[in-house]
Design a protein around this ligand. Structure first.
Ligand SMILES: NC(=O)c1ccc[n+]([C@@H]2O[C@H](COP(=O)([O-])OP(=O)(O)OC[C@H]3O[C@@H](n4cnc5c(N)ncnc54)[C@H](OP(=O)(O)O)[C@@H]3O)[C@@H](O)[C@H]2O)c1
Length: 279
């Protein structure tokens, strides 16, 4: 079983450098996928209220036989609950659903700038942290202007910013901004949701050089960008494959080649956080 390295967040807690994405994993099949992942060595799990699978994750934790404290469990607040009081209720509800006494990490799912409630929701996450319901707090899909407002209006900086990141949308500026502000970047849809990245010729050539799969090269590239990856797989073979990242290294030249694949319009579904809203 692979031993997954960890990085330290600016609040002092540690986080594994890769974990399982759980979007669409739910019900009995979802529990089976997640328990398989725990057996395969995954410790970080990325769920969300919006995925309707916090109960699935809680059930997998219960069945796994692993101590809850050895896992790193994440959920996210959806924007329809960004009212301060509603947010606090929903974070508690989220704990009840997963049968947990705390979440390791709780994130705001989208900034939804037109809704303009993310600062209020952030204040609720700060309160939830003070109450011990969540250990670390962070955000997803935040751009510099959103992050600046959080710090200016609350004095509290997120530990994590989870953003869309894969070879066709490599987010250089946002990654650099996060790093300058001691915010760790997490990559969502790192495999471009099994899109054309997996058939990219440049990536295939690099993979051949290392006797690895394209998926492994992509996940290794993300690791070498000091970014956490959250690949999702319901398949136990691919779950294991996606953890075998620590026995090879990409050269600077290979990293640059992969960086060169990024495109202005590379987002999977054109979800620009300045415009896109999700509730
Ligand atoms: N914060 C946000 O706004 C946000 C948005 C989107 C996603 N996320 C998070 O990020 C996670 C990952 O993103 P995602 O689920 O959209 O997509 P993804 O992880 O990029 O891709 C998942 C797809 O890739 C396939 N796959 C996995 N490993 C593979 C491999 N080694 N070779 C070939 N195919 C492989 C999976 O199929 P099999 O299951 O058949 O292996 C699945 O169809 C989500 O699950 C969620 O936790 C967050």
């Amino acid at each position: 079983m692979t031993n997954i390295p960890e990085w330290t967040m600016h609040d002092g807690y540690k986080i594994p450098v890769t974990g399982l994405g759980t979007y669409t994993l739910k019900g009995e099949q979802g529990v089976e996928s997640m328990t398989a992942a725990i057996k395969n060595g995954y410790r970080l799990f990325d769920s969300a209220i919006r995925y309707d699978n916090e109960g699935t994750l809680g059930e997998a934790v219960k069945r796994s036989g692993i101590s809850r404290d050895d896992l790193f469990l994440t959920s996210k607040l959806r924007a329809q609950y960004y009212d301060y009081d509603r947010a606090l209720e929903m974070i508690q509800e989220s704990l009840y659903r997963a049968n947990l006494s705390y979440w390791d990490l709780y994130l705001l799912h989208w900034p939804n700038p037109k809704q303009d409630q993310y600062v209020e929701a952030w204040k609720a996450l700060i309160t939830a942290q003070e109450k011990g319901w969540v250990r670390s707090i962070g955000v997803c899909n935040f751009m510099p202007e959103h992050l600046e407002r959080l710090e200016k209006e609350t004095g509290v900086k997120p530990v994590i910013n989870q953003i869309e990141l894969h070879p066709y949308f490599s987010q250089k500026e946002q990654r650099e901004y996060n790093k300058q502000h001691e915010i760790l970047t997490e990559a969502w849809s790192p495999l471009e949701r099994a899109g054309s990245v997996l058939n990219d010729e440049t990536l295939q050539n690099i993979a051949n050089q290392h006797n690895k799969s394209v998926g492994q090269v992509v996940l290794r590239w993300i690791y070498q960008l000091d970014t956490i990856s959250l690949p999702r797989s319901s398949n136990t073979h691919r779950q294991r494959e996606n953890l075998e990242l620590f026995d090879f290294e990409l050269s600077d030249e290979e990293i640059e080649k992969i960086n060169g694949l990024t495109r202005e319009d590379g987002r999977i579904a054109d979800q620009d956080p300045r415009e896109y809203e999700e509730f």
